[in-house]
Design a protein around this ligand. Structure first.
Ligand SMILES: Nc1ncnc2c1ncn2[C@@H]1O[C@H](COP(=O)(O)OP(=O)(O)O)[C@@H](O)[C@H]1O
Ligand SMILES: [Mg+2]
Length: 257
């Protein structure tokens, strides 16, 4: 195995632990996510996956450990500040305005991002063109080009998810965190989501995906980390993780679909 330089790593969780009262939800978790990869986090229910995402986004303060994103320490920052630095969680609290058109829904975060980014001097693309055409482009990216003037409330459930993703992308994040992006979706919607996430990743987005559906995980991930009872028990490519006896054991007793 080659030794990586630290600059390959976009997100570095180091010895992250979290206790809830007597319960150790995370126990010295080390997770390194490289630039331009899709890295999945899997594990049985209650393993600590959502807790780890919440630590990364600043929603939860860990009992121990550190999180570095894009070479900056995150732990003293608020969730808003972390978001402004380019780390966005998708499908968390979708701020969709149902009575507004899709384009307006996307213009609002695009404007907020532009104003915040001018201050931080890191905005590149949208500063040069009108916010509206930027929003249109973002909607096109998620496959909603034909619905830009529709009110959001008329969208199907799958398309609402796409809009949420567009709203998130309008912030121009550097990394997306997705907690169960296909939960509750029908098979064809899941397939569409896989294609969409792959397309966004191919344009240079780094992603961390927590996902239950193994078809999604294996279709998308370069690297998979397996969490069980707050500890990373395995990590590797889909093929490496698939046959790992520790992983199979961790999933025994999990209810099958
Ligand atoms: N806010 C909380 N207070 C107390 N216990 C919590 C809290 N959040 C999660 N837990 C517990 O921590 C463990 C990990 O939960 P979670 O991170 O949601 O797991 P996963 O997302 O892998 O299913 C579980 O036992 C859960 O009950
Ligand atoms: Mg969870």
């Amino acid at each position: 195995m080659s030794k990586e330089s630290t600059s390959d790593v976009m997100l570095d969780c180091y010895e992250v632990s979290k206790n809830f009262g007597g319960l150790q939800a995370l126990n010295d978790v080390n997770l390194k996510v490289k630039h331009n990869t899709i890295h999945s986090l899997i594990g049985p229910n209650g393993a600590g996956k959502s807790t780890l995402l919440n630590v990364i986004t600043g929603m939860i303060t860990p009992t121990h450990g550190s999180v570095v994103f894009d070479d900056k320490p995150m732990l003293d920052l608020s969730p808003h500040e972390i978001n402004q630095l380019g780390l966005a969680k998708v499908f968390q609290t979708p701020a969709i305005f149902p009575e507004m058109t899709l384009i307006k829904n996307v213009c609002i975060p695009a404007l907020a991002a532009r104003d915040g980014a001018f201050k931080l001097n890191m905005f590149q693309k949208a500063g040069m063109k009108s916010i509206e055409s930027f929003a249109e482009e973002t909607l096109e990216e998620v496959g909603l080009k034909d619905s830009v003037h529709k009110e959001a409330r008329f969208l199907s459930r799958g398309d609402k998810r796409r809009l949420e993703l567009a709203i998130c992308l309008a912030h121009r994040p550097k990394m997306l965190l997705l907690d169960e992006p296909t939960a509750g979706m029908a098979r064809h919607e899941t397939e569409n989501t896989i294609l969409l996430l792959r397309k966004i990743a191919d344009r240079g987005m780094t992603m961390v995906i927590v996902e239950h559906d193994m078809n999604v995980v294996f279709a998308l991930s370069e690297t998979i980390s397996v969490l069980a009872q707050g500890t990373i028990i395995a990590e590797g490519t889909p093929d490496e993780v698939k046959g790992n006896p520790k992983v199979i054991e961790a999933y025994l007793g999990e209810e099958q679909e």
